[in-house]
Design a protein. Structure first.
Length: 269
């Protein structure tokens, strides 16, 4: 039976045609600048907005740490499927990659990446200058402080007065500002023995530094060296004068003895 001229014929797709169209939509959804969802290595990349600012059409599977199309399903429970970039886990192991994630911050005190905001760690575990929420702040770590007093003003930083080789013949004093506390260094800084780590107030710096670097003696290292050098020079000079005088007297005695003359007495004054 032919449809009347005023009626609308519904379009019906066969199952194969519907399946093909669904695959085409999925393929289009997984393509971002020529990349598919599986090409993204971490949660932030996976869920970042598209170049046209439209939402990502990928999802992050936390159980397998993979990025898949939103038309797919993750292995495991639904709770392990991440759809929002603000829900990405903070699992980075360095400050730069951690702070590049919008909702993660780097705690410089213990070297961990945790969830937070620009205001700080919501749990209060990491605060003050130890909380780094931008890649620019990552350059402000303990190692960037080159004096004991400035080092101790930063939470989680300790001043290491030197290593076991600080008194070697090279004369290099290996003082540095590292992650540390009163019980010892943190963050893998095992090269500095715990008695050499000082934290707290700047007054501690005087006992942590050797002479010449503001140490307990308060005397520069070169002053004792100069004093010893002067003493040695005086001793050597006197010794040379005594040897020369005795040599001259010996020659005079020998000459007068050969001539058979009376040897004049030589005043020791």
């Amino acid at each position: 039976m032919m449809p009347s001229s005023g009626s609308i014929t519904p379009i019906r797709l066969s199952f194969p045609a519907f399946f093909v169209s669904l695959l085409l939509v999925a393929a289009a959804a997984t393509a971002v600048d020529g990349l598919s969802c599986s090409d993204f290595a971490n949660c932030t990349q996976c869920l970042s907005p598209l170049p046209d600012s439209s939402p990502s059409e990928c999802q992050w599977c936390a159980a397998t740490n993979t990025c898949v199309s939103s038309f797919s399903s993750c292995t495991g429970s639904a709770a392990q499927t991440v759809l929002n970039i603000d829900q990405c886990p903070c699992l980075h192991f360095d400050c730069a990659s951690c702070s590049a994630q919008p909702h993660c911050g780097w705690c410089d005190y213990n070297g961990v990446c945790i969830a937070g905001t620009n205001e700080g760690d919501p749990n209060g575990v990491c605060s003050g200058t130890s909380w780094l929420f931008s890649t620019q702040q990552c350059t402000a770590g303990c190692s960037n402080y080159d004096s004991c007093s400035t080092c101790l003003q930063v939470q989680g930083c300790g001043w290491c007065s030197g290593s076991d080789s600080d008194d070697d013949i090279s004369g290099n004093w290996l003082a540095q500002c590292i992650y540390g506390q009163e019980s010892g260094p943190t963050g893998g800084n095992s090269s500095c023995a715990s008695p050499r780590v000082y934290t707290g107030v700047s007054a501690d710096c005087a006992s942590s530094l050797p002479p010449g670097l503001g140490g307990p003696a308060g005397v520069s290292w070169w002053i004792p060296v100069v004093i010893v050098s002067v003493v040695i020079a005086v001793v050597v000079s006197v010794s040379v004068r005594v040897v020369r005088r005795r040599t001259a007297m010996g020659k005079m005695v020998a000459r007068h003895g050969q001539e058979g003359l009376e040897i004049p007495s030589i005043s020791t004054g």
